[in-house]
Design a protein around this ligand. Sequence first.
Ligand code: BG6
Length: 436
Amino acid sequence: MSTPSGPASIRRSGPTSRPRSWSDPRLRRASSPDSDFLQLDFTRPEGYAAIREWRQGAGRPMVVYLSVAAKIYGDICRHLEAGGCLDDESRVVVEKPIGYDLASSTEINDAIGAVFPESRIYRIDHYLGKETVQNLIALRFANPLFGTQWNQNHISHVEITVAEQVGIEGRWGYFDDAGQLRDMVQNHLLQLVCLIAMDPPANLDADAIRDEKVKVLKALKPFTDDMLGRDVVRGQYTAGTIDGRSVPGYLEEEGANTESHTESFVAMKTGVANWRWAGVPFYLRTGKRMPEKLSQIVIHFRQQPHYIFDPDQRGLAANKLVIRLQPEEGIALEVLTKDSGLDKGMRLRRGPLHLEFNSAFPKTRIPDAYERLLLEVMKGQQYLFVRRDEVEHAWQWCDNLIAAWEERDEPPRRYPAGSWGPVASIAMITQDGRSW
Ligand code: BG6
């Protein structure tokens, strides 16, 4: 893979490699029995002729995977087109974040769109390639049990946590411009919200699914100024300990600007303003340097309308569906049963009905998200990729929040690495009588 300032590398695999003439001495190449490697400076239009030459007679569509900064996507696409490298089947794969806000994402999408039609643009959000994320579709739309319960009549609130132990992994330059909202919420968490909240698509076609996701993004509640202090918490980690290991604070990371107000943690209470979800809070939180790596969605069902068991057990009386994305992908439905034993009377006990994928289906390998996504690109299937209007509606919603933050200009709240974020993020949910 290349870096924004480095050379582009194009690799072709398969034992069918054949000798080619490389007319430009500035190009570097290498071959092995199962791959070709061509290195060129992607800012120089003249180098692209070598790709055309290299592709001649390949007999299969070209997939261009751009692992570079998004602002360069357009230039590369233009050079590929001008260099005669593309045909009607060529596809381009790009990574999030597409831009920094709505305006920049529009510019980038326009530039890619001037060369590739939407049907051949594959915008990766690698969360969509995760097994359990796709399972949300199966769980919701293949099981009548959930299908009939999936609305504000039966669900009291939804909780999504995407926690990471890692810090910014030497990516200060990128991360400090982005922050956790742009890096994680604008894409991964909003995609999860979409899959939980969307209406059933008419079928599994890419556009049928994406049309429904867009409706959710359009219905996301915008933040007003009075909600900021109450319903959104921004945090930044300080030095701390994770798994017994000391780790530096955000401002002590390599290359850090010690004045930075960039958030490495966000928690928020939001919602989807439509008939299905009216009045159901969606609590989202995501952060770096948390005590463990954990991505999970918890659907909290409402209490029974009339309660007949011991009053002191009232707090137990609600079902929870826990969808674990990582680690240990699985689904658990927490149900109440009678506590066993002669002395227990009708005391209740909570226990999970558990489906842990690794143990339930031991012979099935769970593929890596990228493995699946790249395969889908080759097959020409777009349902796991993000359409342009999804990206833009997601930015629109985030831009509104970022503008309000900028107006307030408050520093993020500190939290020690190895904790679950600022205390205020816990207060945010407990003020509603709930907990993470
Ligand atoms: C990336 C973000 O998209 O997702 C990273 O840029 C983050 O900051 C990563 O660490 C998390 O992915 P996963 O699959 O490990 O949850």
